[in-house]
Design a protein around this ligand. Sequence first.
Ligand code: CUA
Length: 167
Amino acid sequence: MHVHEYESRFVTLSIGVLLLFAFAVALSVFGLGVTLPGNVDQVNPEVVRMGLDPVFANPGLREIYPGEYEVVMVAQSFTFTPSEITVPVNAHVTFLITSTDVIHGFKAFDTNINIMVIPGQVSRIDHIFTEPGVYPFYCHEYCGSGHHTMTGHVNVVEPVTAEAEGN
Ligand code: CUA
């Protein structure tokens, strides 16, 4: 069989590039120790359900820096804990959410907050609430007979009100 000279060169070049890529992958894994993130942000849903997880044992809102808030939230059929949060306007809020049972969703009206909540995994999302108001959130993944009742809301209030309420 006659193989044209150029075709032969391109075949050689293609194989060379593939070998180069394989070498680069091997080098990064074995030489540089590059790996997948491992068990970062993974939790044991059973431990969370029993209230023994160090992070999720105390769900709720906490201020980690002035103006920076963290909400640790547990989703389970058919509630969010906590289901009501009050933060001052312009608060930067990071939600850490996990599920103890099945896959749920977390979506808040008038925001870009829209994530899946998966047992065994911590879902994180950040949002800055720049307008005062009530932002309802709800589960957007069908999770059973009470799915439609799985709701809550974020109250975004003027800072003075938040101070007065002790938030
Ligand atoms: Cu939880 Cu639908």
